[in-house]
Design a protein around this ligand. Structure first.
Ligand code: NAP
Length: 349
């Protein structure tokens, strides 16, 4: 077994880590860290538990520690980070001296030699790790996963980019409130309403997607060569981001081929049969009224993205559009880091 710790363990994503890691065949939680507000308490006492599933018995008595490497048990090999980005900026580097850091936070995404990875999309970027360790003289390293709405989009675009010549992508999101953390969006702001702005989200979707769908030349990532524009909105849904995606190609296409490319899409996690890998990363639904967050967010144990309403876009040349739903705290956050760690455990550790 690999011993793992969770940083930000009391938060929305931290709790999802704990729920997903229960009964994991390779990873066992032995350390939990949070802020000084929680440190020193039993996990059960420190945490207001938000998950639908019960808090695992195995973590209730773990004493929460301060988020610094000195407070962490030396037996830990991997730390999953769900810290606020500003705090993650410093502390994740301190942990990387000795630990593998699988981070959800945006602090180190797309930095030189720090891989931003979706295992089905760009596993080759893990090759940056050697250079990262040498550059910093670290025994550990940092690997990051993308923002929640980007992960769902990039998974559905990967088979399209691999099989067609993409000219432009436009995406409009309808994002769940859990994406902002428990205290992120006041109920008075979101009930009977939507909020047409999520700070920094459009910039993240636009830059991270082109990085993920680009190529890696052994030193640097060369961004994908098409334009991508995002408009991001918060809606009164608890879990599950919905996105309306509009794709323009340089050439003509057959919509059945687009559908086939998504249905047949598999990546390295499926080939390696990793524990958290869904059988099909992208599921295509035929019903006119799917996907819907409540019905489709848990597809593939929350690790698959569901696509529906795939159709030609007759208003523009060489264009089609579709709607997707992905679970933002599973595939979009904790599940993404865990899948990265499973790939690292299989290939690197
Ligand atoms: P959250 O619910 O607000 O949880 C924050 C966690 O960080 C808590 O455990 C908190 O501990 C801890 N923390 C806060 N300030 C700290 C400090 N100064 N020192 C040490 N620990 C501190 O937030 P979240 O939604 O889980 O998000 C966590 C991270 O994941 C963020 O970077 C976010 O952008 C990213 N992310 C979230 C999602 C999502 O869908 N929610 C998706 C992708 C990425 P206490 O309880 O002790 O205060």
């Amino acid at each position: 077994m690999v011993n793992v710790g969770v940083l930000g363990a009391t938060g929305m994503v931290g709790q999802r880590f704990i729920q997903l890691l229960e009964n994991h065949p390779d990873f066992e939680i032995t350390a939990l860290a949070a802020s000084s507000r929680s440190a020193g308490k039993r996990y059960e006492d420190a945490t207001t538990w938000y998950m639908n599933e019960e808090m695992p018995e195995s973590v209730k008595d773990i004493k929460v520690v301060e988020t610094n490497p000195d407070a962490m048990d030396n037996d830990v090999d991997i730390v999953f980070s769900s810290l606020p980005a500003d705090f993650a900026l410093k502390v994740e580097k301190d942990f990387a001296k000795d630990y593998v850091v699988a981070s959800n936070a945006s602090a180190h995404r797309m930095k030189k030699n720090i891989p931003l990875v979706i295992p089905e999309v760009n596993p080759q970027c893990l090759d940056m790790i050697d250079a990262q360790q040498k550059e910093n003289d670290w025994d550990g390293f940092i690997v990051t996963n993308p923002n929640c709405s980007t992960i769902a989009l990039a998974l559905t675009l990967k088979p399209i980019v691999d099989n067609f010549d993409v000219k432009a992508v436009r995406v409009s999101t309808m994002q769940a409130v859990s994406g902002a953390g428990y205290n992120g969006v006041p109920s008075m702001a979101i009930v009977d309403n939507l909020v047409p702005y999520i700070g920094g989200e459009e910039e993240k979707m636009e830059s991270e997607s082109l990085y993920l769908l680009g190529s890696f030349d052994g030193n640097d990532v060369i961004n994908a060569n098409f334009k991508l524009s995002a408009s991001c909105h918060r809606v009164p849904v608890i879990d599950g981001h919905t996105e309306a995606v509009f794709v323009e190609l340089n050439d003509g296409f057959d919509i059945a081929d687009v559908k086939g490319s998504m249905q047949n899409f598999k990546g390295l996690p499926q080939e390696l049969n990793l524990y958290s890998a869904p059988e099909n990363p992208v599921i295509v639904k035929e019903e006119d009224d799917r996907p819907q967050p409540r019905m489709d967010r848990n597809a593939g144990n929350g690790m698959a993205v569901t696509v529906g309403r795939l159709r030609e876009d007759k208003a523009f040349d060489n264009s089609f559009k579709y709607v997707l739903v992905g679970h933002n705290t599973i595939r979009g956050a904790a599940g993404a880091s865990i899948l990265n760690a499973e790939l690292i455990n299989d290939k690197i550790l």
